[in-house]
Design a binder for this molecule. Structure first.
Ligand code: TEU
Ligand code: CA
Length: 545
């Protein structure tokens, strides 16, 4: 295949280590567990593994609150385990990408502990401000995890900023020392053989002003720090000082990024960014109300991003989002819809990101009980809804609409106890009761399973430069049908998807087309002069003849 980087040819698989594979029976996933699954990942055709944070953490946000950037969380193993993972993965042609969380640290990081002394050299590492008068925070900003974005430190009569939990104090990126410390961290891991970074909250790190934000129902103040000039300057600096000197991959988690900023992030700062427009397609006003009428926005956002930037980080779920087959697919037509979504994920132009369990069609957990909650956001949201006098039943349902724990239930390896994730039944989050139906072992044995389809699809994609490097051209059709061309080197492929559980009639333009089906989620599906699509029917067609 034409000279292209590993992150352009390859497929990324995201692992949430706490829930992937437990090797020592404590009910928590770990690094030796990941090592034991490398052959599975290799057989799936994965070439890059993105690990959600594996650094030491007090688990206020399950690893997204780091207390030592150059260590390994003892719950997950040791640095030797990590070095073994790098080595064993490389033997299988797999590279490891770390999760870089530098918008904030844990409040248990030594830097933060020292910073609470106003005369300490670490005081400037964080964002401390005086309030306008006693008991009043410096401005009206609110945290992503509820409540004010400021926490008062009485010893020094100052408040510190935290855009997430108060145990995640924001770093002060105006400080030259912070930049130098982070560059040290980047080099430490790259020199250890890491292939790159997924950069957490990376478009919110530079707070341009500390003026009050305009009131919004969800999150006040983001317009003061979202994608500012200083943000681009910092990323350009990290790129020129570090990334440019390594064969590495960087992808930014860039909440609500627009096309213009995405193009800037991808021009000498990062390799690619995650857009959030598609993840907001089924949300209404605030993320606890969801709509069933999301097809039009779902298709338009994905297609617009394909047209507007030259390379996308293509994803349909991750550790913060609900399971895509439950959200954009179907319970009753589970396999058909999961295979249709897989076809979309792996035939759009860009790097596909598969989230652990997506390849076996893992679903949302039925309904979490309050005592099962782990995501810190749940507790705040439940309390807030109760204050608005919603019933307990309504609260559980609304929290369930955005509960990130859906994506964090243990990976389902087989139909044994704890779905083969752990020898310990007391797993940190409950196993989804559907594990006897959807698990790696059962699906490996079934040629019609979602996993077997992923294997066929990945095999097709990895040898098909049209799907990897080809341009994208949409075909305007009704919102129930997603149809697009991929063109490269004189060859033309056509992807045709029914996004719905209904039979849909094909427009005349498609009914008159002729082509060879390369892969479909319906056995023996034809294409030439086809009149309609069956529920969730997906086809990859070669029109080159
Ligand atoms: O998520 C970032 C995140 O949640 C924000 O982009 C949010 O969506 C936006 O500000 C609007 O509310 C990352 C991690 O993926 C997540 O797991 C962590 O909890 C969070 O950062 C804090 O590190
Ligand atoms: Ca373990």
């Amino acid at each position: 295949m034409e000279q292209s980087k590993l992150w352009q040819k390859g497929i990324v698989y995201q692992i949430y280590p706490r829930s992937f594979a437990d090797s020592n029976g404590d009910g928590i996933g770990d690094i030796p567990g990941i090592i034991s699954k490398l052959d599975y990942l290799k057989s799936l055709g994965i070439s890059i593994l993105w690990l959600s944070p594996v650094y030491p953490t007090p688990n206020a946000d399950f690893g997204y609150d780091i207390s030592d950037y150059m260590g390994i969380n003892p719950e997950f193993g040791t640095m030797d385990d990590f070095d073994r993972l790098i080595k064993e993965a490389k033997k299988r042609g797999i590279r490891i990408v770390m999760d870089l969380v530098v918008n904030h640290t844990s409040d248990e990081h030594p830097w933060f502990k020292a910073s609470k002394d106003a005369n300490s050299p670490y005081h400037e590492y964080y964002i401390y401000k005086k309030g306008p008068r006693p008991g009043v925070p410096p401005n009206n900003w609110t945290s992503n995890f509820g409540g004010p974005a400021w926490e008062y430190v009485p010893e020094i009569d100052e408040w510190y900023l935290h855009l997430f939990s108060k145990k995640q104090p924001d770093l002060n990126w105006r400080s030259e020392k912070v930049i130098e410390e982070v560059e040290k961290v980047l080099r430490f891991w790259l020199d250890r053989g890491v292939y790159g970074f997924r950069c957490d909250v990376i478009n919110q790190i530079y707070k341009e002003s500390f003026e009050d934000g305009k009131w919004k129902p969800w999150l006040i103040g983001q317009e003061r720090y979202l994608m500012k000039e200083g943000n681009h300057a910092i990323l350009k600096r990290l790129h020129d000082d570090v990334f440019a000197h390594y064969d590495c991959m960087t992808v930014g988690e860039t909440y609500n990024v627009d096309f213009k900023n995405a193009r800037r992030f991808m021009d000498g700062e990062l390799d690619m960014v995650f857009q959030f427009d598609t993840m907001n397609a089924d949300k209404v006003i605030v993320p606890i109300f969801v709509t069933k009428r999301w097809h039009k926005k779902f298709k338009k956002t994905l297609s617009d991003w394909e047209e507007q930037v030259n390379w996308n980080a293509v994803y349909l779920e991750n550790h913060d989002q609900k399971r895509s087959v439950s959200r954009f697919g179907s319970k009753t037509k589970h396999d058909l819809s999961a295979k249709m979504l897989a076809t979309l994920l792996l035939t759009l132009k860009g790097t596909p990101f598969i989230y652990q369990g997506e390849e076996i069609g893992m679903e949302d957990y039925p309904l979490f009980k309050k005592k099962e909650y782990k995501d810190p956001v749940n507790f705040w949201l439940y309390g807030l809804l109760r204050k608005f006098h919603f019933s307990d039943k309504q609260c559980l349902r609304f929290v369930n609409n955005m509960n990130r724990d859906h994506a964090r239930t243990p990976m389902q390896w087989d139909d044994g106890p704890a779905a083969g994730f752990s020898s310990n039944q007391a797993t940190w989050l409950p196993v989804n009761p559907n594990y006897k139906k959807y698990n790696v072992k059962a699906e490996e044995a079934n040629p019609d399973s979602v996993l077997s389809y992923y294997r066929k699809l990945i095999k097709l994609r990895s040898s098909d430069e049209v799907l990897v490097l080809g341009s994208y051209e949409k075909m305007d059709t009704k919102s129930s049908i997603f149809a697009y061309y991929r063109l490269y080197g004189g060859k033309m492929h056509f992807v045709l998807l029914n996004l719905t559980d209904r039979r849909v009639t094909l427009p005349k333009a498609i009914r008159e087309m002729k082509g060879k089906v390369l892969l479909s989620n319906y056995e023996g599906a034809g294409f030439t002069y086809k009149k309609f699509l069956r529920p969730y029917e997906s086809l990859i067609v070669d029109l080159s003849e």
